[in-house]
Each structure stands twice: as C-alpha cells, then as structure tokens.
Design a protein around this ligand. Structure first.
Ligand SMILES: [Zn+2]
Length: 286
C-alpha cells in the first residue's frame, strides 16, 4: 500500500539531491483526476490506499552543488487543512527534515518555486518570536515571470496567500528565464500547463542528469492514463503535452526523475517494457 515518501538522497555526478518531507495529502482520486472513474481505478489499485485514497507526498528537494544549496519548493507549512471533496493536506515536517539532513535553513542560497500552488509555498515565511519572517533568510527567491504574474495580487485559496507568501516575497522575488543557470549544473526548464509559469529543474553532472518534475507528474498512473489530468491544471492540454515531452526526456537511461508528490519513493526512471512506459522506482542505470 502506498505511503508518503520518506527522506532520501541521490547523487548526480558531484551533486547531491535530497528529498525533504513536509507531509502528505490523501486525495479523492476521481475528484483530483476528473477524467478517471471508480471502474478505471480498479486496474490501478496499487496507487491507492486501503480507503481508496490517492496518497501524495508533500515536500521540498534540496540540491547541494559545490558550496551552493538550492531548495526547490517549500512544502505545505505547519498546518493541516481539510479540503471538502478532496481530502486532508498535512504539513509541518520540513524543518525537522532539514535537521535530519544536517542543513541549516540559513545556509540555503536560493529557493526556486516550480509553481505557487499552496502545497509548494507553505514554508516561505513563518511566525517566530511574534513576527513573520522568511524561513530561509539568506536565500534568493526565484521563479519564472509568468508564475508571479498569474498569482500576484490574487487571493485564490489554491494559490499563494497574500500575508504569508506574496507580501514577504514582494521585495525579494527575482524572476528567472527558461534555461537560466541557478547554480553550477542546475538549470531551469519551462514546463507550463499545470500553471502558466510552471518550471522544472534540471541537474546535470558527470554525464548524468536528474529532472525535478514539479507537478508535471503527480502519480505514475499518468503514464498509463495520459488523459488523467489534474483538476488544478490551468491549461490541461498544454499540461499533457508538457508531460509527454518530459516523459520522453526521462526515457534517456542517464536521466532520473523526481517529484515531491510521488508516494513511497521520490526518485525513479521511465523505461519501455511490454509496449508501454513504466515507472521504475530507484536510480540504478538500467
Ligand atoms: Zn502540488
């Protein structure tokens, strides 16, 4: 039965990538992937828990390259929220995960957001000693322009809160371009569809590569069922094309994929077998 992913680490050449859990969500699968049906899920029961819920992890990915530390996404934050019809979202573990990784949040040089849905921005700021402050005080805060423009000034319950995300970032945000280098071996890749400015992060070193997918892939069931787009996709058709493009990239045997929402284990590969694509958990070059 799927469970939220635990902390784990891989290396890509000289670069270390660590999944830092913050929490999880337990989703109503047909509400989250509205093209799916209870009958169709009978063929894909391995992705559901005993209660028939889709288990999704929530967390950030830490990239350590040379003397640079980059955090991709900041989890859900220290809270639990029930979303009627979808299920609970639970966060709160991210700073504990930093401790177990032996990294001080003050050492993060850059935070890059794949996008600004609420389960990716939760630890942007926090209240400490009665005042709200950025959780990663020494970081540059990076995202692509279309993402900031899409959400800035709006108060959408699925997006970044005004007081806890938008205002703290207002004077700090730096807009970056597709392909831009964030740190040695770390590049931004525009992957729009789920949101207009959605970005993935490509890590390359020593002839190996990892792609942090963000919400291009929520669950490997989407390899078998490409029509099952997420209810929160702003442009589902573009999202499908983007997912197809990245799955092709992941068929390269030297490329590992990572998504903070995968249950059980954050890292995996895409292989062709039995006439179709399969998600293979782990990082061994096959
Ligand atoms: Zn998400």
């Amino acid at each position: 039965m799927p469970t939220p992913a635990r902390q784990s680490q891989i290396t890509v050449g000289d670069i270390r990538i660590t999944y830092l859990p913050d929490g999880y969500t337990l989703l109503n699968p047909t509400a989250f992937l509205p093209a799916s049906t209870p009958e169709a899920w009978q063929l894909h029961k391995q992705w559901l828990n005993d209660a028939g819920q889709l288990v999704a992890s929530i967390g950030g990915l830490l990239i350590q390259t040379g003397d640079r530390t980059v955090l991709v996404d900041t989890g859900f934050g220290d809270k639990r929220v029930e979303f009627p019809g979808f299920g609970p979202f639970q966060g709160g573990e991210l700073l504990n995960s930093f401790r177990s990784a032996g990294v001080d949040p003050a050492d993060v040089n850059a935070v890059i957001y794949t996008h600004l849905h609420l389960d990716h921005v939760g630890w942007t700021s926090r209240v400490a000693d009665g005042a709200r402050a950025l959780t990663f005080p020494n970081a540059r805060y990076l995202m692509r322009g279309p993402e900031w423009e899409h959400w800035h000034g709006t108060d959408n319950p699925a997006g970044p809160g005004i007081e806890d995300v938008q205002q703290p970032l207002e004077s700090r945000i730096e807009l970056i371009e597709d392909g831009q280098v964030i740190a040695p071996g770390v590049n931004v890749l525009a992957t729009p569809g789920h949101t207009p400015g959605h970005s993935s992060v490509v890590i390359s070193s020593g002839g190996q590569r990892a792609i942090i997918l963000g919400d291009v892939l929520h669950c490997p069931v989407q390899l078998d069922e490409p029509q099952w787009t997420c209810v929160f996709d702003v442009d589902p058709e573009l999202g499908k094309r983007t997912r197809e493009r990245l799955l092709q990239e992941l068929e390269d045997p030297a490329t590992v994929g990572a998504s903070g929402h995968l249950a059980d284990f954050t890292f995996g590969r895409v292989m062709r077998g039995q006439g179709k694509r399969q998600w293979v958990v782990g990082t061994a070059v096959g």
